[in-house]
Write a protein that binds this ligand. Structure first.
Ligand SMILES: NC(=O)c1ccc[n+]([C@@H]2O[C@H](COP(=O)([O-])OP(=O)(O)OC[C@H]3O[C@@H](n4cnc5c(N)ncnc54)[C@H](O)[C@@H]3O)[C@@H](O)[C@H]2O)c1
Length: 315
C-alpha cells in the first residue's frame, strides 16, 4: 500500500512511519518541521520503502496537488496539526488555519484522488467523563479550547465527505499519548516533562490542584491503533477511541514518576477554564472493530520513556 503520512516527522508520526514500514508499506511523509524533527526519521532514511520526506505545509494547495497527483496514494493518515492547547487559546488563528483549513485541503485532495483518509482527532474534544465506565464515542463533546473546536470542525468536514461523496474516511480519537520521541519541553506531554524534571533534580510542576485525571496511552499502542484503523474497511464512516482504559490523577502520576519523596510543586493554572477534570477512555469499539487493545501498562510505558530520555540526553 502507498501511504502518505502528514505530520510524520512529529512524535506520534515517527512511530506511525515505523509501523507502516514494519508492515511492508511504502511511506511518504509531509511535514513543515514547525514541531517535527528530521532526527525523528533518522532510523528510516535508508529503508527501501521510505519513499520521500517532503518538507512542506498542508496549507500549500499547489504542493498537495503535486504530490497527490504524482504518487497515487492508497491512503492518507492525516496527523499534521498545531497540537498545543495553551497556544490555541493564545493564538487561535494559527490553530484554526492548520487544524481546520489544512485538514480541509487534505480532504479535498483525498476526494479528488479517491484516497482513504484516516483523520487524527483527539480525546480533547470530549466533555469530562462522568463515571468510571469512561468516555465512549457517543459521549458528549465540548470544545473548551480552540484546539478542540478546530478538531471538531475538521471532524465534521471529514464526516460530510463520507456522506456526500462516499469517501472512505475514519476519525480516530486517541487519548493522551506519551513515550519516546515526545518533546520534554513546552511542546511535550506531561509524562515526558515530569521525567525530564525528575532526572534534572527539578521539582515536578502541576497546574492547579492536580486532581484532574488523564488516560495515558503508550505511543507504540497508539501507532498500532492508527495503522490498523487504516487497514480495515470496517472503520469507514466511524469515529473510534483508543486509550489505556484507566485514568490517573496528575498528583498520582507525579508520585509514580518521582517516587513518594520526589519534589512536587503546585502552580497556578494558566487557563483553568480549558481544563478537563476527568479523561477516561472506553475503547470497546476499537476492540470490537479491530481487535485492538493496549499492550503496555503505564508503568512499562514510563520505564521505556525514561530509558529513552536518559539515552537521548547522553547523545
Ligand atoms: N500527543 C497526544 O497526546 C495526542 C493525542 C491525541 C491526538 N493527537 C494528535 O496527533 C497528531 C500528532 O500529534 P503529536 O503529539 O505527534 O504532535 P507533533 O507536534 O509532534 O506532530 C505534529 C506534526 O505536524 C507537523 N505540522 C504542524 N503543522 C503543519 C503544517 N501546517 N504542515 C505540515 N506539517 C505540519 C509538525 O511539524 C509535527 O511534526 C496531531 O494531530 C494531534 O492533534 C495527539
Amino acid at each position: 500500500m502507498k501511504a502518505l503520512l502528514t505530520g510524520g516527522a512529529g512524535f506520534i508520526g515517527r512511530w506511525v512511519v515505523k509501523s507502516l514500514l514494519d508492515d511492508g508499506h511504502e511511506v511518504w511523509v509531509l511535514d513543515d518541521f514547525s514541531n517535527g524533527r528530521k532526527e525523528n526519521l533518522a532510523d528510516f532514511g535508508n529503508h527501501r520503502n521510505f519513499k520521500k520526506l517532503v518538507i512542506g505545509d498542508i496549507k500549500d494547495t499547489r504542493l498537495l496537488n503535486e504530490i497527490f497527483t504524482s504518487n497515487k496514494y492508497d491512503i492518507c493518515f492525516h496527523l499534521a496539526a498545531s497540537i498545543n492547547v495553551q497556544d490555541s487559546i493564545e493564538r487561535p488563528t494559527v490553530t484554526f488555519q492548520n487544524d481546520v483549513i489544512g485538514a480541509f485541503n487534505i480532504l479535498e485532495q483525498c476526494k479528488k484522488h479517491h484516497v482513504k483518509l484516516v483523520f487524527m482527532s483527539t480525546c480533547m474534544v470530549y466533555e469530562q467523563a462522568c463515571n468510571e465506565e469512561g468516555i465512549d464515542e457517543n459521549s458528549p463533546v465540548k470544545p473548551v479550547s480552540p484546539y478542540a473546536g478546530s478538531k471538531l470542525a475538521a471532524e465534521n468536514m471529514v464526516m460530510s465527505y463520507y456522506y456526500a461523496y462516499d469517501l472512505p474516511v475514519t476519525i480516530i480519537r486517541p487519548f493522551n499519548t506519551y513515550g519516546p520521541y515526545q518533546k520534554t519541553g513546552g511542546e511535550g506531554g506531561v509524562v515526558a516533562i515530569f521525567i525530564k524534571n525528575k532526572l534534572a533534580n527539578k521539582p515536578l510542576q502541576i497546574y492547579g490542584d492536580g486532581t484532574q485525571t488523564r488516560d495515558l496511552l503508550y505511543v507504540e499502542d497508539c501507532a498500532r491503533f492508527i495503522v490498523e484503523s487504516g487497514y480495515s474497511d470496517k472503520t469507514n464512516g466511524e469515529i473510534i477511541n483508543a486509550g489505556l482504559g484507566k485514568d490517573i490523577s496528575i498528583n498520582d502520576l507525579a508520585k509514580l514518576v518521582a517516587g513518594e519523596n520526589g519534589c512536587i510543586k503546585h502552580i497556578k493554572h494558566i487557563h483553568p477554564q480549558s481544563e478537563i477534570s476527568k479523561l477516561l477512555c472506553k475503547y470497546s469499539k476499537a476492540q470490537k472493530l479491530l481487535g485492538w487493545e493496549p499492550k503496555y501498562s503505564l508503568e512499562e510505558g514510563i520505564k521505556k520513556t525514561e530509558e529513552w530520555i536518559k539515552s537521548n540526553n547522553h547523545r
